[in-house]
Design a protein around this ligand. Structure first.
Ligand code: PAF
Length: 280
């Protein structure tokens, strides 16, 4: 069974007393199988696992779903406790926002350039909120490894850049996206979908898969850009659908090793994101 801690000071003291390899899984709660796969991986790799559950106000825009974001601590803990090795897990769920952002908090961590495209373009300030809170969580958790899902690939690369630039002594582990049987990437925001929207949501993973397959078969980048353009013109639910060099988030070029094909698809209240990495 895991332990639950609600204050930063208790968490810091607990962490300081932990021997061996420590893994961190930062989350905003409402845990689904995707989160549990991160925790399982951390349990496998590490002697102790810290799971943080904090709905971070700084990464939500003014018209986004911060107020309604599902907060389900009790069932989150039950899910963690159902995992083999849950006795290695300490959950830190701050009892209020001041535990993380005390009064007169003035600091922001910002990674430039790669935050200007894809989700960063449509959610101004989002990644600054993510890097600020993740830096704080790294700081109090002092993990050897931190685990993130590939669904949020841009987030992973932004955190990787912050960690490299600020010389943070930890390893980042990207765990493959966990999907429902029909291919939809798991996300807490899937709960917002009506039955009809849930069916239509498959356009996102299916389109990415189809475009990736065409690129692998035809090796024709111009054709890929053309197909993307057609999809965007024919379906207004796309917020973006783009292909970039997966390391630089710039146009692909002859030296690109991996292409990132990424999309954001808006269905009612649910903004869904997904991506495919294509080795070239
Ligand atoms: O991916 C998430 O759930 C959040 O962006 C994270 C990394 C926990 C930071 O709040």
């Amino acid at each position: 069974m895991s332990q639950l801690i609600k204050t930063k000071n208790e968490f810091i003291n607990k962490r300081r007393a932990l021997p061996g390899r420590v893994g961190l899984v930062p989350t905003m709660g409402n845990l689904h199988q995707g989160h549990l796969d991160l925790v399982k991986q951390a349990i496998e790799d590490c002697d102790h696992v810290l799971v943080t559950i904090f709905v971070n106000p700084k990464q939500f825009g003014p018209n986004e779903d911060f107020a309604n974001y599902p907060r389900t601590l009790e069932s989150d803990i039950e899910k963690i406790n159902s995992l083999e090795g849950s006795d290695k897990v300490i959950v830190f769920a701050p009892e209020n926002n001041e535990e993380i952002y005390p009064e007169n908090f003035q600091t922001e961590i910002r990674v430039k350039d790669i935050t200007d495209v894809l989700c960063g373009k449509y959610r101004p300030g989002h990644f600054d909120g993510v890097t600020t809170v993740v830096y704080q969580l790294f700081s109090i958790s002092m993990p050897h490894f931190a685990y993130f899902g590939q669904k949020d690939y841009q987030q992973f690369k932004v955190i990787e850049k912050m960690s490299q630039d600020l010389l943070l002594p930890l390893g980042l582990v990207m765990v493959p996206t966990t999907r429902d049987e029909d291919g939809l990437a798991l996300s807490s925001r899937n709960n917002y979908l009506s039955a009809d929207e849930r069916k239509q949501a498959l356009t996102l993973p299916n389109s990415l898969r189809e475009l990736a397959q065409n690129l692998v078969d035809n090796k024709d980048y111009i054709l890929l850009k053309d197909e993307i353009k057609k999809k965007l013109e024919n379906d207004s639910h796309w917020q973006y659908l783009e292909v970039y060099d997966a390391d630089t988030f710039k146009e692909v070029h002859t030296e690109s090793k991996t292409y990132l094909l990424a999309g954001a698809y808006q269905l009612g209240k649910a903004r869904l994101i997904d991506n495919v990495l294509i080795g070239v």
